[in-house]
Structure formats: C-alpha cells, structure tokens
Design a protein around this ligand. Structure first.
Ligand code: PHE
Length: 344
C-alpha cells in the first residue's frame, strides 16, 4: 500500500513539474503505459494473499484515476498556455504602415484610344482591327493610290517586299472592311492601330505612331454629317465650348478633302503659344470617300456615299495632357507614365 502511495505522490509531483506538453506526455508514458509504474504495481498482486488483493487492487485503481485526472487537467492548462504563446508570437500590428503595391498605369495613348472608342461606339460605330504588316493592295491601291501615284510620297513607307509593307495609315483596315462588306450598307466603323512611316524621330515625328480612322458609308451621307460628327468629337474631347472649321486639303482617297481645326482649348480661341497665336489647332484630316474607292471595293457610287476621317492619337493626347514631345510615349520612362496613375 505504501508503494502505491509512493507511485501516486511521485506521479502527481512529476505532473506538477511539467512545463510543456512533451514533458507531460513523457510522464503519461512513464506512469500509465503498459510498461509504466502503475502497471508495475499490478505485478505485485501475485505476492499478496487472496484477502489482501481486492483492497490493493482498489488502491492501484484510485492511484491510476488520480494520475489520469491530474494529467488531463495539466494538459488543458498547458494547451491553453501553448496557444497563448503562439498567438503572442504571431501577433500582427495592423497599425503599421503598409507597402503600396506597384500597379501599372494605363498608357496615355490607350486612355485616349479607349475614350475615343467609347465616344464612337456610343454613336453606333463598331471597332475594326487589321494587320500591321499589310499588302500594298489595301494600304495604297484600294485607297485610290495606284503604283507610281505621286501622292505615295506623302507617306514615306517601310517596304518589306515590293508588295508588302508596314501600313502607313489605318485606312488599310477600312479597305479590308469595305471588301468584306461585299457592297452591303451601311458601314460605320472606327479602326484604331499602330502605323509606320519612314520619318526621323523628333519632338513631333515618330516612325511609329497611332491612328484611329473612322468610315461611314450609306445612302445620302453628306459633308454635313461629317461636320456634325467631328464637331461632337471635338466638344467631347476638348470641351463643350470648342468649335471646328474645315480647310480645303488633298487626300487621294477622299474628294473633297479637308483639314480640320479645333478652336484652341488653352486660350479659347484668343491666341496663345499652343495654337501659335491663331486660335485654332490642326487636329485631323477627313473628307468624302472618293467614288473610285467605293467602286474598287464593290460599291455602286451612284447609290451610296460616305465620309472618312483620320485622327492621330499622339496629337490628341499631347494637346489634351499638355505633352510637348512625342517621344515621351515610346521611351517607357516610368516618371512620365506615373503622371497618368489613376490611383495616385
Ligand atoms: N489616312 C490619312 C492619313 O493617314 C488620314 C485620313 C483618313 C484623311 C481619312 C482623310 C480621310 O494621313
């Protein structure tokens, strides 16, 4: 009996001393496993008389229960401590200032492109695209510029082979769409995209730039429709007070052809540096689609007519955002692009 008491007291003390769950587990093994101290006490039974056995057995059982209870209680305490320590260690100070994730910015030319697409799609236009490497056929011939036409010099061209080139204007896309339409009316589309010309790069020229051209073909389309459309465009892009004016011009694919000026958005037309004191800014070329162009693409020019216009996206972006060097769009200087960060 004394031995039982001894095991019980030693066990309780060992439990008490445990500082962590590993130690406690070791005590459980030492005392309660098959080879543990409590089982060891049972082995003593065989030396006892029949009368002594029940009381001894009872005592060992009590001892076992007492130790189990103490182990469980201690385990609960240690588990709570362990959780507390873990939470303490993993504590996050949510008041510490965070890092601002570096997200890219929309390129200003893309902003202009998207803005223009929204504007024209809102007027019922669809958006068409085409290849940057183009056939002479669509870039020139169908646009009323046969081989050896002097006006080909207006657009210095990167030729790849005698019949393939880097498109010099998005008019090439229009010629493709006209062909696909197979004479079906109406046609109402804008074509945004990159174009290439053999220019020396400087503040206002780039060998690669972006255009968005528009084309409308239908019955009774007139110059007045063109004027109304471009007036709407000018007001939406540069402010409600803007007015436009037409000056006669020449493009092989339009007749008549016009150069379109917008009243200066900086000075309101009074004259300033941006408009070179004229009050007007030259913004795009346009005109009525040349009957030859319609005929070559399979339209009957006695039954339909159309207008076309070509907008340079860099020019619009430069005027709108006050950018004075076209090369800024292409040198990928993050400091420049950051000016257009919507989240700053
Ligand atoms: N394609 C002409 C250019 O790139 C622009 C233009 C388009 C002019 C449509 C008139 C009509 O210069």
């Amino acid at each position: 009996m004394e031995k039982v008491q001894q095991v019980k007291n030693d066990g309780l003390m060992a439990i008490e001393k445990c500082e962590n769950l590993e130690q406690l587990n070791q005590v459980r093994i030492d005392y309660l496993s098959k080879k543990g101290h409590v089982q060891g006490l049972m082995a003593l039974m065989k030396d006892l008389s029949k009368e002594e056995k029940p009381a001894f057995g009872q005592e060992v059982n009590d001892c076992k229960q007492a130790l189990t209870k103490a182990l469980d209680a201690k385990m609960e305490v240690l588990q709570k401590d362990a959780l507390k320590a873990k939470l303490e260690k993993e504590k996050i100070d949510i008041t510490v200032a965070g890092y601002k994730p570096n997200i890219g910015t929309v390129h200003p030319l893309m902003m202009i492109q998207q803005e223009l697409e929204d504007l024209f799609v809102g007027m019922g236009y669809s958006v068409a695209e085409g290849p940057e490497m183009e056939l002479d056929l669509y870039n020139f011939e169908r646009a009323n510029l046969p081989k050896d036409h002097p006006a080909r010099d207006m657009q210095d061209t990167f030729y790849i082979t005698p019949n393939t080139l880097l498109r010099t204007h998005t008019t090439a896309i229009q010629m493709r769409v006209l062909e696909q339409a197979k004479g079906q009316l109406p046609i109402k589309l804008i074509c945004p995209g990159k174009v290439y010309r053999r220019d020396d790069d400087d503040a206002t020229h780039s060998h690669q730039f972006m255009q968005m051209e528009g084309l409308v073909v239908g019955e009774n389309i007139t110059l007045t429709d063109l004027k109304g459309t471009l007036r709407f465009f000018a007001k939406k892009m540069f402010g409600e007070d803007r007015e436009i004016r037409f000056r006669p011009s020449y493009f092989p694919f339009t007749e008549p052809s016009v150069e379109v000026d917008v009243s200066c958005h900086m000075c309101g037309g009074k004259g300033c540096n941006v408009c070179k004191q004229t009050g007007w800014i030259e913004i795009l070329g346009a005109g009525m689609v040349h009957p030859n162009v319609l005929e070559m693409s399979g339209f009957d020019s006695s039954k339909c007519s159309g207008f076309a216009f070509g907008i340079g996206l860099e020019r619009v972006a430069m005027l709108k955002y006050g950018i004075d060097d076209i090369r800024n769009f292409y040198t990928n200087d993050v400091r420049f692009l950051k000016n257009f960060d919507r989240f700053d």
